[in-house]
Design a protein around this ligand. Structure first.
Ligand SMILES: *[C@@H]1O[C@H](CO)[C@@H](O)[C@H](O)[C@H]1NC(C)=O
Ligand SMILES: *[C@@H]1O[C@H](CO)[C@@H](O)[C@H](O)[C@H]1NC(C)=O
Length: 354
């Protein structure tokens, strides 16, 4: 475990951020925490034993032309941010949960992909810190002008029990602890000197091919007019509402900090509401998969034998049934940075339109 941590800390730095040192309007650094929505290679570097296919094509086929460890055909939201910073460290790890793995094991919920949680990522941050700044005062000065992105995280805390057939009632019971863990991590960072932080909410999971496949039903009432599972989208909204409440409280506790909520739900939902407007012809069916009504087949997931990728991933929002395509992430990043899905706005937004 120790060696594994060292590898992650010292080798993984953003390679995709625009690194501009001369521009005065930039952050000192960006520190990113989260799961597969923001992982630019950590999980693959750790071996990705439980999801090895992210290390080969068609993962990465569109933009990089080779697999990078990103759970998509190309770039992620964070790659599109184009926010100027002199430095960046990404701790996000695919499969990571907010709550510690031990909790899930104690409830007999099998962790499917990794035991890494937000707490581990905070631990790596502490280690990195010693390489960045020497004294507490130096660190606070440095972090004051850095941007911290805490998430998206928590999605897997709900995915794991759901994939085992857990009910929405069970998921709801997890929300207070998931939200508390995210809020606690955010306050730890503020105590370290972070002043500007983005805390994203969760996606509309009721529109996700994996949820549509597992919880598909002949009851038409279960679906909204866009074909998404109402109850699961309502659950995502429930988590997001609780997270926003937690953020409100943090803002009161730390009035000097700028805690930004990123509405991933809204930014993703509009692609499903008006697909044509964004150039999509498929919003619920995965581009890469092994058959079934949503092209998600757990026995032949994207990258495994029996699966194949669609010809034009840019017309799909869903990449592998679980993660989104580069095209979807691009539009989501635009929605966040050019508005209206981020509030309040960033101190140093990207100079060029993304
Ligand atoms: C997580 O930890 C448990 C208990 O130590 C272990 O049995 C399991 O294989 C680990 N899972 C992963 C995906 O690393
Ligand atoms: C799912 O994949 C398995 C294994 O490749 C295959 O036998 C099965 O027919 C597939 N199911 C569908 C619905 O395509």
């Amino acid at each position: 475990m120790y060696i594994f941590m060292k590898i992650i800390i010292f080798l993984i730095v953003f390679c995709s951020l625009s690194l501009v040192s001369s521009h005065p309007q930039s952050y000192n650094a960006i520190f990113s925490f989260g799961d597969s929505l923001a992982d630019t290679g950590n999980f693959l570097l750790s071996g990705a034993m439980t999801f090895p296919v992210i290390g080969k094509l068609p993962y990465g086929e569109t933009f990089f032309k080779h697999a990078t460890g990103r759970c998509s055909n190309g770039r992620l939201v964070i790659d599109f941010f184009g926010i100027k910073a002199e430095n960046g460290v990404n701790f996000a790890t695919a499969g990571a949960t907010a709550i510690a793995a031990e909790y899930f094991y104690s409830k007999n919920i099998k962790i499917l992909w990794t035991n890494i949680s937000l707490t581990h990522q905070l631990g790596w941050f502490q280690e990195v810190k010693s390489n960045i700044c020497a004294t507490k005062k130096d660190c606070r000065e440095y972090f004051k002008k850095s941007l911290f992105i805490v998430g998206e995280i928590g999605g897997n805390d709900y995915n794991y029990p759901s994939f085992l057939g857990g009910s929405i009632k069970q998921l709801k019971a997890l929300v207070p602890l998931v939200v508390e863990t995210i809020i606690e991590a955010t306050s730890v960072l503020i105590e370290e000197g972070a002043v500007e932080l983005i805390v994203p909410g969760n996606f509309p999971i009721g529109c996700s091919a994996v949820f549509l496949t597992i919880f598909g039903t002949t009851n038409k009432e279960a679906y909204d007019k866009h074909g998404c599972l109402k109850a699961y989208n309502a659950f995502s909204k429930y988590h997001n509402a609780k997270l926003k409440l937690g953020i409100e409280n943090l803002r009161k506790e730390y009035p000097h900090a700028k805690i930004i909520y990123a509405d991933y739900y809204g930014a993703a939902k509009r692609l499903i509401h008006s697909p044509k407007h964004y150039g999509f012809s498929n919003t619920l069916v995965a581009c890469c998969g092994g058959g079934g009504p949503y092209n998600f087949n757990n026995s032949a997931r994207c990258g495994h034998i029996g699966s194949k990728a669609c010809l034009d991933a840019s017309s799909f929002t869903n990449w592998d049934g679980i993660h989104l395509t580069e095209a979807a992430y691009h539009h989501i990043a635009k929605g966040l940075l050019n508005g209206p899905f981020i509030s309040p706005s960033l101190t140093f937004p990207p100079i060029n339109q993304i």
